[in-house]
Ligand binder design. Sequence first.
Ligand code: GAP
Length: 446
Amino acid sequence: MPETTVMDKLISLAKRRGFIFPSGELYGGLQGFWDFGPLGVELKNNIKRSWWKRFVQERGDVVGLDAAIVTNPKVWEKSGHVEGFADELVECKKCHHRFKADDIANSESHMANGRKCPDCGGELTQSRKFNTMFKTFVGPVEDSSSVAYMRPETAQNIFVNFDTIRQSMRLKIPFGIAQIGKAFRNEITPGNFIFRSREFEQMEIEYFVHPKDDEKWFEAWVAASHTWFTDMGLKADNLRKYEQKKEELAHYAKRTIDIEYKFPFEKGWAELMGIANRTDYDLKAHGLKYRDEVSTEEFIPYVIEPSAGVDRAALAFLLDAYQEVEGGRTTTTESNKEKEIVLRLHKELAPVKVAVLPLSKKEQLSSVAKDIASSLRNKFVTMYDEIASIGRRYRRQDEIGTPFCVTVDFDSLEDKKVTVRDRDTMKQDRIPIAELEDYLTEQLRT
Ligand code: GAP
């Protein structure tokens, strides 16, 4: 399959099957904003739940936070964002398209034609700084005294709450504070579907350590982050670690390693998440420090920050899971010649865990099947489908990554058993209805 078309196919599937579509599409959409539909929201929730379980619930040294999106603007002054959270922007004098100066400098057209507009060849303006924080006004008066910002990263709320959380939870270094939530950036060039958007979600941890231990913890967080992605099903060959060069580092970072995914665009590899050693930059900026109660040593902790985008992770998981099977996999005559799509998502991430399918729409079967579906809903996201042939219904489920399909047939009325089909192996097991929930629980666990 040529790589360039995989994105188009995925975007089409995402819309057709209710994962992701342009926000406000009824009115032509809004560039850089996306809506997550019924399956998209389940996928995103599963990603966030898995990340939270691994990095907060299962560890004794990380606690959570859900802070406000709009906060005191001083936070962003002190953090350096008001002054420095900016991209270099250039504009074409002819077609007025705007570009990031970096993108122009690195583009193929720049290499070939010099500094010209990549769209129309027109002359470009000198670059100027463009702050990518979204501004808003708090209260009924819209003047400079009421300006506030939509947070461009979740991290700063963590830093400014450092003392409050440390005291309330009686935390001792090393410890971390995690937050999952929306971030907003007025990106000059949003694009590549949900890869770069203007509203997105981040999963971030600020892990506070003694300055002498920063390298050890930095390495540990790079390894733990990489492992989470492979545990959640990303192919190791599609992931790599990229250490940022000195000139690429953010103003606060001593060291940053990006975990890159081989996306089917740009140069192939692009940032999925970053792990930064932010040193004592942020706590110092906010005038915060730490006192060890036992040794009475006072110091400003260093911060190791694993920071991942939920949307970008969702894109990587979807791309990695997307597979087309030439000639079809299902054995029914109507589908055995066509290409079939299978979304081989990790079971934990799959939006729907089980589909219940009566072999026919006959009342005897559908009433049993509906009862089964309704009892499974207690435990799993369950879909019921009785429309079209069984082969077509299997394919509909494969396309959205449902790990298990339960078929109710006429024998089920006699033997009180159903057939459970596994998405990946296509193996079919005959299971007593009374044991179905336990069977699925076990299968989804392993
Ligand atoms: N607190 C550090 C920080 O925000 P970042 O590299 O700017 O660092 C971290 O962002 C992660 O957030 C990125 O690795 C990416 O996954 C995600 N991200 C950043 N900008 C994004 C955008 N415009 N759209 C989607 N995801 C984005």
